[in-house]
Write a protein that binds this ligand. Structure first.
Ligand code: PEP
Ligand code: MG
Length: 534
C-alpha cells in the first residue's frame, strides 16, 4: 500500500528511485570490540572513505576536484591515522579514537597563520565525517546507486555536489528549506526535491516517488501512480524542451513589456548550464564559492572574474563582494559562536572589519572591470555610511592601481537590498543600482529563518509586507534613476513572478537552470490583467 507524506516543494519535477538514507552522525552507535577488531574497523572505514573519494575525484573538475583531491591526499597520509591507532591501543573505541585524533588535527588547522590552511579545516571535518559514516555503516554520499532518492535530515551543499545527478535521482529531506543553498543547487541542476517531511525518516524506505511540484513523497508508489508520474514527467520535460528552444529570445510579457532576465552564478559549473547569449548578463555572482580559499590571492581572484567576463562576452556582469557569514561561513574568517549568525557580522559588515581582505577583492574586481561592463554589488548593506566607506576603499584601490600602472577601470557600484531597514530607506542610498535579495529580505521581514523547516510557511515572499517593501524599493530606484532587479530566489519562483512584475520589477536574476521556464512564464503574463493582490 502506498503512503504519501507532504512536505514543501524545493525543486520541481518527478523522480522515482530507491531510497538511500544518509543518516546524521549524531545518535549513531556501534558495539566496541577487541583492540584488534577496533583497529581493523578503523582501517576498513578509512579505506572505504578513500575509495569513495577517489571515485569522486575522477568525476569532478575545477574547484570541486581540487577540494576533493586535497581530501584524498590526506586520507592517503598515514600520519593522519597514526594517533588514532595509538589511542585504540590504549583502549579507545575506533570512533572515539578517530574523533579525538581529528579534533587535534582540525584545531591545528584552525589556528594556522596561513589563511589557506585555516580554510582547509572544513575539509578535515568532512573527512572526519566520511570515515565515521563508513565506521557506523551509514551510506557514503559518494557511492549512491544511479537514480537514487537521497533521504536525509538535511543535506550540505558539498554532499549535493558529491553526487552524480546526471543519472537521475531526487532528494527528500526531513528538515531543510526551499531557500537553502542546497535547494538552489537542486533547482539549478533540475533535481526534484521536497523538504520539511518531518523527523520520521525511517519510513522513507524502498521505492520512493519524489514529486517536487506537488510537494510530496510517495512511499511504495502503485504501478498506476508510477505510470502517471512517468507521463507527467514526460510532459514536464516536453514543456521544458519547448522553453529551452525559445530561451534565446527576449522575454516580453503578452502586452509587449520587456523584462531583463539575468542569471545567478554560484560556482564555476553554473556557466555551463546556459549559453551566455540566452541571458541578459549576470545579475549576481556569489564570490563566497569562488574565493573561499583565495581571500588574499588577488591574481587568482582576477582570473576567476576575468573568466566570467569572457563568458558573458560583453553582457553586464554583477559580482558581489564576499557575503561570508550567516549560512555561508568561511572557517578562519567568519566569527565562530555568534548567538545568531544571520543577525551577526556578515557580508559588508565583515568586509569593512577586514579592509585587507576587502581591498584585495576590490583590486581584483577593478582590474576585471577593464575587460568589460562589470558591476560590483555589496551584500547586507544596512546604513548609507557602509556604502560610503566601501566607496572610499574602492577609490583608494583605484588610485593605487593607477600609480602602479595596472590596467583597471572604475566599476559600477551598487548594493543589495536585503535588510528591511535598508529597503524602507532605499531612497537614501546613493548606489548605482539596487538588487533585492528576497531570500534574506523575506527571512528578516517575516522573522522566519530561511533554513528552518518549522517556520518555512512564514518565510513567504508573497506576504503583503514583503511585497510592499519590494514596491517601495522599485519606487526609490525610479526616483533616483537607478535600475532595480531581484536576485533572490523569488525571481525564479513561477508563483511569485506575476506579483513581482506587478510591484514594478522589470529585471530578474535567476538560477541558470530556471532561465528557460522563467522566460516562458513572463511570456504568459499580461500586465494589464494582473488582478488585485496578484
Ligand atoms: C538573497 O538573500 O536573496 C540573496 C540573493 O543572497 P544569498 O541567497 O546569497 O544570501
Ligand atoms: Mg542574501
Amino acid at each position: 500500500m502506498e503512503r504519501r507524506i507532504r512536505g514543501r516543494a524545493a525543486s520541481e519535477g518527478l523522480a522515482i528511485g530507491p531510497a538511500v538514507i544518509l543518516r546524521a552522525l549524531e545518535g549513531a552507535h556501534r558495539t566496541k570490540g577487541s583492540i584488534a577488531e577496533e583497529h581493523a574497523a578503523l582501517a576498513a572505514a578509512v579505506a572505504g572513505a578513500r575509495e569513495a573519494v577517489a571515485d569522486l575525484t575522477a568525476s569532478l573538475a575545477g574547484d570541486a576536484a581540487e577540494l576533493i583531491g586535497f581530501q584524498l591526499a590526506l586520507l592517503e597520509d598515514d600520519a593522519l591515522t597514526e594517533s588514532a591507532y595509538a589511542r585504540i591501543e590504549r583502549g579507545d573505541a575506533a570512533e572515539d579514537a578517530w574523533r579525538a585524533a581529528m579534533a587535534a588535527e582540525i584545531a591545528g588547522y584552525e589556528s594556522a597563520d596561513d589563511e589557506y590552511f585555516r580554510a582547509r579545516a572544513s575539509d578535515l571535518a568532512d573527512i572526519r565525517d566520511r570515515v565515521l559514516r563508513h565506521l557506523f555503516g551509514l551510506a557514503d554520499d559518494g557511492r549512491l546507486p544511479d537514480g537514487a532518492i537521497v533521504v536525509a535530515r538535511d543535506l550540505a551543499p558539498s554532499a549535493f555536489l558529491g553526487v552524480d545527478w546526471s543519472k537521475g535521482g531526487g532528494i527528500a529531506l526531513g528538515e531543510g528549506s526551499p531557500t537553502s543553498h542546497v535547494a538552489m543547487l537542486a533547482r539549478g541542476r533540475g533535481v526534484p526535491m521536497v523538504v520539511g517531511l518531518g523527523r520520521d525518516l525511517d519510513s522513507l524506505t524502498g521505492v520512493l516517488l519524489v514529486d517536487g511540484t506537488r510537494a510530496e513523497v510517495v512511499i511504495g508508489p502503485s504501478p498506476e501512480r508510477m505510470a502517471l508520474a512517468r507521463t507527467e514527467g514526460d510532459e514536464l520535460r516536453h514543456r521544458k524542451a519547448e522553453a529551452i528552444a525559445r530561451q534565446h529570445e527576449p522575454a516580453l510579457t503578452r502586452d509587449g513589456t520587456p523584462v531583463t532576465v539575468l542569471i545567478n552564478i554560484s560556482g564555476p559549473d553554473d556557466m555551463a548550464i546556459v549559453p551566455a547569449r540566452a541571458c541578459d548578463g549576470v545579475g549576481l555572482a556569489r564570490t563566497e564559492f569562488l574565493t573561499a580559499n583565495l581571500l588574499h590571492d588577488e591574481d587568482a581572484q582576477y582570473r576567476a572574474y576575468a573568466e566570467l567576463m569572457r563568458w558573458a562576452d560583453g553582457r553586464p556582469v554583477t559580482i558581489r563582494t564576499l557575503d561570508a557569514g550567516g549560512d555561508k561561513p568561511i572557517p578562519g574568517y567568519t566569527v565562530d559562536g555568534e548567538s545568531n549568525p544571520f543577525l551577526g557580522l556578515r557580508g559588508i559588515r565583515l568586509s569593512l572589519r577586514h579592509p585587507d581582505v576587502f581591498r584585495v577583492q576590490l583590486r581584483a574586481l577593478s582590474r576585471a572591470a577593464a575587460l568589460g561592463p562589470l558591476k560590483v554589488m555589496l551584500p547586507m548593506v544596512t546604513n548609507a555610511g557602509e556604502l560610503d566607506a566601501a566607496r572610499g576603499h574602492l577609490r583608494a584601490v583605484l588610485s593605487d592601481l593607477a600609480k602602479e600602472r595596472v590596467a583597471c577601470s572604475e566599476p559600477v557600484f551598487g548594493i543589495m537590498i536585503e535588510v528591511p531597514a535598508a529597503a524602507l530607506a532605499a531612497q537614501d542610498f546613493a548606489a548605482d543600482f539596487f538588487s533585492i535579495g528576497t531570500n534574506d529580505l523575506t527571512q528578516y521581514a517575516t522573522a522566519a529563518s530561511r533554513d528552518g523547516a518549522e517556520v518555512a510557511d512564514y518565510a513567504d515572499v508573497l506576504h503583503p509586507g514583503v511585497l510592499a517593501m519590494i514596491a517601495h524599493v522599485v519606487r526609490a530606484g525610479a526616483a533616483r534613476g537607478v535600475e532595480v532587479s531581484i536576485c533572490g530566489d523569488a525571481a525564479g519562483d513561477l508563483r511569485a513572478i506575476p506579483a513581482l512584475l506587478k510591484a514594478g520589477v522589470r529585471a530578474l536574476s535567476v538560477s541558470p537552470g530556471l532561465l528557460p521556464q522563467v522566460k516562458a512564464a513572463i511570456r504568459e503574463i499580461d500586465l494589464a490583467k494582473l488582478g488585485e493582490g496578484a
